[in-house]
Design a binder for this molecule. Structure first.
Ligand SMILES: [Zn+2]
Length: 231
């Protein structure tokens, strides 16, 4: 029981880490793309910095709102499950216990043991056992929409600050190259951590994420240049 609870919360933590790395990665890529696009069209440093700042704020807010909405609707659904299950357990505990025993039998536990397991679980925490059986959720693992929203806001901002600070702090002739390099270094870091969290191949993840980010910057810079000369 203890180890299963521990595993659930490790999974929840891994999901949060994964979301944080993805949020930071989004912040790096989208803010740098905007900065590069404007830099391609104009050499006005104030315009570049303003666009970068706007991209950072808009991206962070839109991530936060999106996360809030998605986690809210997910947790509404889960609360409805919990409510329904509580009612069933109150109204019909014997049928519910039998159902739980059937479930353990279907998992390969012998009928007698399954009956005992179900009885024990109904004795200790029937609701938790039923939530896991029916929905694979844990009442303690419910995500808070506000917490999720703040986490993605922070993650996106942390990522977006890399190109933003690089472009405003680097001396003039090196602004673009400094931003490009800072972004690639940040992407190597997010690629490394996302592979580490997901236990995936690190080099592959880094190469994929770095090529993607470099392409995004070069493309928007190119489009910005075309746009800038067209005007
Ligand atoms: Zn049930």
């Amino acid at each position: 029981m203890e180890s299963s609870t521990q595993k659930e919360s490790t999974n929840a933590l891994l999901n949060k880490l994964r979301a944080a790395v993805l949020g930071a990665n989004d912040g790096v890529v989208s803010t740098s793309a905007v900065v590069m696009g404007v830099a391609g069209a104009s050499s006005d440093n104030q315009a570049i910095a303003t666009a970068g700042f706007a991209a950072l704020v808009a991206g962070a807010l839109s991530m936060a709102v999106g996360e809030y909405v998605s986690v809210s609707s997910q947790s509404d659904t889960e609360k409805a499950f919990i409510h329904r299950e509580k009612r069933l357990l109150r109204k019909n505990p014997i049928d519910e216990e039998r159902q739980l025993a059937k479930y353990y039998e279907s998992q390969g536990v012998s009928a007698g043991t399954a009956k005992k397991v179900a009885a024990d679980l109904h004795e200790s925490n029937a609701l938790q056992a039923h939530l896991r059986m029916h929905f694979g959720i844990d009442e303690d693992d419910l995500n808070s929409p506000l917490q999720a929203a703040i986490a993605s806001l922070v993650a996106f901002t942390a990522g977006g600050l890399v190109p933003f600070l690089a472009v405003i702090l680097a001396p003039d002739p090196y602004k673009l190259i400094a931003t490009f390099v800072a972004v690639l270094v940040a992407l190597i870091a997010t690629g490394y951590f996302s592979a580490k969290v997901g236990e995936a191949h690190k080099l592959k993840a880094i190469v994929r994420i770095v090529i993607g980010g470099a392409l995004a910057m070069l493309l928007t810079y190119g489009i910005g240049t075309l746009f800038g000369t067209a005007i």
